[in-house]
Design a protein around this ligand. Structure first.
Ligand SMILES: *[C@@H]1O[C@H](CO)[C@@H](O)[C@H](O)[C@H]1NC(C)=O
Ligand SMILES: *[C@@H]1O[C@H](CO)[C@@H](O)[C@H](O)[C@H]1NC(C)=O
Ligand SMILES: *[C@@H]1O[C@H](CO)[C@@H](O)[C@H](O)[C@H]1NC(C)=O
Length: 299
């Protein structure tokens, strides 16, 4: 009897030690880590400051437009808010790395000032911008819930740029920052800019629609309508959710292929390798019907 229970105690203790060693700290959610990521690696275990520097190598070049703005610390601080709900902590190391690359692929593509002959190649220039440089309008649309604040402009800002008063309003509610009155926070504070982009990645924009996170990590099961609309789990459908028909269902257009190329480039740099990303029809959304028509999509 005694031997048996001390054997059990020893087993439990060993598991605890293994858990603790793996994470370099005592798991505070129980050794079995059910429903939590406590014994799994978090983003900062898998993605270090040198990874960030490699992916965004040119962001502080003299010709960049947001020199000194974006940094690793802001990215990790923002991520800490979303890791408990699965951001970069779902599905084991390979999937975690893939999701980090996928999210940053969107960010890099949308904030790049790279072009074909740029030094370091066209994909080394992510996080070059933190705002739209020459807005052609103030992006104010009459909206009952999120009316425009007088004198404020809602041009594109942030890591996955936010446009329009209602998008600033919804996302501000989501991250509990008053972006409707202060859209400028997204170009003044990189932590808030990353938080806004991660919230967008993690949150369905409409009821009955999945989040980009869910379609990427495989939490989402397409309906018959989705299958008919060629929407399949994977990176391609994340573009559909974030940009709708401005990027998807238009054939092999540059805006789509540019986002894919950033994702693949980051997978290579992170040592995962682009082969892991899957076939082009899963990676792209050239033939997909948009979830959201452009009148309501955020870009
Ligand atoms: C933790 O990692 C394991 C194996 O790597 C994975 O199967 C599991 O889904 C992860 N836990 C969570 C909550 O994602
Ligand atoms: C940026 O925003 C974060 C999160 O709201 C906040 O903790 C931090 O103090 C802000 N930084 C500055 C310089 O205002
Ligand atoms: C499927 O698509 C049809 C036609 O567009 C639509 O009427 C129907 O409501 C959709 N069903 C679901 C479950 O979304």
């Amino acid at each position: 009897m005694d031997n048996k229970s001390s054997a059990v105690a020893f087993l439990l203790l060993s598991l605890l030690v293994i858990c603790a060693a793996k994470k370099d700290k005592i798991c505070d959610k129980g050794w079995e880590c059910k429903g939590a990521f406590c014994c799994n690696e978090t983003i900062s275990d898998l993605f270090k400051v040198y990874n960030f520097e490699e992916l965004f190598a040119k962001r502080n070049a003299p010709v960049a437009h947001a020199v000194g703005f974006w940094d690793y610390h802001s990215y990790i601080t923002a991520a800490a808010l979303f890791e408990p709900v699965g951001f970069g902590t779902t599905g084991g190391k390979q999937m975690q790395m893939m999701e980090i690359a996928a999210f940053l692929g969107h960010v890099g593509s949308k904030t790049s000032c790279g072009y074909n002959v740029a030094t370091g190649g066209p994909y080394a220039w992510g996080l070059c911008y933190n705002r739209e440089m020459s807005p052609s309008q103030s992006y104010c649309n009459p909206n009952y819930l999120y009316p425009c604040t007088p004198g404020v402009e809602y041009y594109g800002r942030g890591a996955i740029p936010v446009y329009w008063n209602y998008n600033y309003g919804i996302i501000g509610d989501g991250i509990k920052v008053d972006l409707l009155d202060h859209p400028e926070y997204l170009e003044q504070n990189a932590t808030i800019a990353f938080q806004a982009a991660m919230w967008r990645w993690m949150t369905p924009m409409k009821k009955k629609q999945p989040s980009a996170h869910d379609v990427f990590v495989g939490n989402w099961k397409p309906t018959k309508n989705d299958t008919l609309a060629k929407r399949v789990p994977g990176f391609g459908t994340t573009m559909n959710i974030l940009y709708g028909d401005t990027v998807c269902g238009q054939g092999e257009i540059d805006p789509m292929n540019n986002i894919i190329s950033h994702f693949l480039y980051y997978l290579d740099l992170m040592g995962v390798g682009r082969e892991a990303a899957g076939a082009h029809d899963v990676l792209g959304c050239a033939e997909q019907v948009a979830f959201n028509p452009s009148s309501t999509s955020s870009s």
